[in-house]
Write a protein that binds this ligand. Structure first.
Ligand SMILES: *Cc1c(COP(=O)(O)O)cnc(C)c1O
Length: 361
């Protein structure tokens, strides 16, 4: 029998666990476990996909020029500083693979995105986990963890599953405190939901070691299509482009995301719906005696007294056909992360938890 020679780090990877999507015995399942947009994909993007379907025999553009131009125009950014990927996950993979390897360290924070240790191991690098304070990223703890081996800091801002945000002044302090040869990645998947936040764009515009990542999976309702992008100094973009597969994005992905990014009314409506229902859900959870931070995202992290209570509430939700996320792998055994739905969906969650509370009381 031949022996498989596996690259360092690969067998350290614990497989990613996605949000569940089915419940036995339920036909009207409400999936609030993956922070998907309750309004679905924008109609303009659906139309663009239908139109692009006629030309899928042609290879797509390899430089994504039209998509980068559209993103640049809408966000006021230089298209030469933009790189597009199969979800922001792929952009995160570009940066870890291009800038780290065996012997190097990649810092992430205690409740950071669960893909970070996976991406670090994929590159052969060592993930280093830094604590947070009261579910908020701790800049001093990150800076204290930097060593000669540190190559990258991966930061989710706003956080998932915490929903908290590091204020701009703290982001600047972090950027200022890092050595110039350490890359700071600001994963701003939920930027649109945080008022007055540019996702780190202005920082990434003015410095050479900062990468902002964004996604079409959340506010644009295109998670199933897999499109994301990164924004950084042209020199960093050029390095990452060397390891990007030339046809990583299909014509359908580009057509849909170009239509979506130009649909500013859609974004405005989704942000407004989310803000209303998020405030309603947060208020209701607190009324029920559950702790939760003010969220800057499209989900709320409800904290229970202990794991048993969280499991009891989760069981009640599942009995009513509602799937939320148990963020155990993020270090919150006593929590439930609930995606903010539309008015009816949020009502369903509140009703179930209210009845659960009455039964449990
Ligand atoms: C959802 C999410 C993303 C988006 O990933 P895609 O690959 O773009 O779908 C990125 N980072 C965080 C923290 C997320 O929660």
């Amino acid at each position: 029998m031949t022996q498989l020679r596996i690259q360092p780090g690969i067998m350290e990877i614990a497989l990613y666990e996605g949000g569940k999507s089915a419940l036995a015995g339920h036909s009207d399942v409400l999936k609030l476990s993956s922070n998907e947009n309750p309004l679905g994909p924008p109609p303009a993007a659906q139309q663009a996909i239908r139109e692009a379907a006629a030309t899928v025999h042609l290879y797509p553009s390899t430089d994504h020029a039209e998509l980068r131009a559209a993103i640049g125009e809408v966000h006021g950014l230089d298209p030469e500083r933009i790189i597009c990927g199969v979800g922001s996950d792929e952009v995160l993979q570009f940066v870890t693979q291009a800038f780290s390897g065996p012997g190097d360290e990649i810092i992430h924070t205690a409740h950071g995105f669960s893909m970070y240790p996976i991406l670090s191991h994929m590159a052969g690098a060592t993930p280093v986990c830094v604590p947070e304070v009261d579910r908020v990223v701790d800049v001093d703890a990150i800076l204290a963890a930097v060593t000669d081996r540190t190559r990258i800091v991966l930061l989710t801002n706003p956080g998932n599953p915490t929903g908290t945000i590091l204020p701009d002044a703290e982001l600047v302090r972090l950027a200022d405190g890092l050595p110039e040869d350490v890359i700071l990645v600001i994963d701003a998947a939920y930027a649109e939901y945080a008022e007055g936040y540019d996702g780190g764009a202005s920082l990434a515009s003015s410095r050479r070691n900062i990468l902002m990542t964004r996604t079409f999976s959340k506010i644009y309702g295109l998670g199933g299509l897999r499109i994301g992008w990164g924004y950084a100094d042209p020199a960093m973009i050029a390095v990452m482009t060397r390891i990007r597969q030339p046809f990583n994005l299909s014509g359908l992905q580009m057509a849909a995301s170009i239509a979506a990014v130009r649909d500013l009314d859609w974004v405005r409506d989704c942000v407004a719906l989310n803000a209303d229902q998020r405030a309603r859900l947060t208020g209701a959870l607190r009324q029920l005696g559950l702790a939760c931070d003010d969220s800057q995202t499209n989900f709320v992290l409800a904290r229970f007294t202990d794991e048993a209570e969280a499991m009891s509430a989760d069981a009640a939700l599942q009995a009513d056909g509602i799937i939320v996320r148990r963020p155990t792998s993020y270090g919150f055994a006593e929590g439930l992360r609930i995606t903010v739905g539309d008015e009816a969906q949020t009502g369903r969650v509140i009703d179930t938890l209210t009845r659960w509370r009455e039964g449990a009381a």
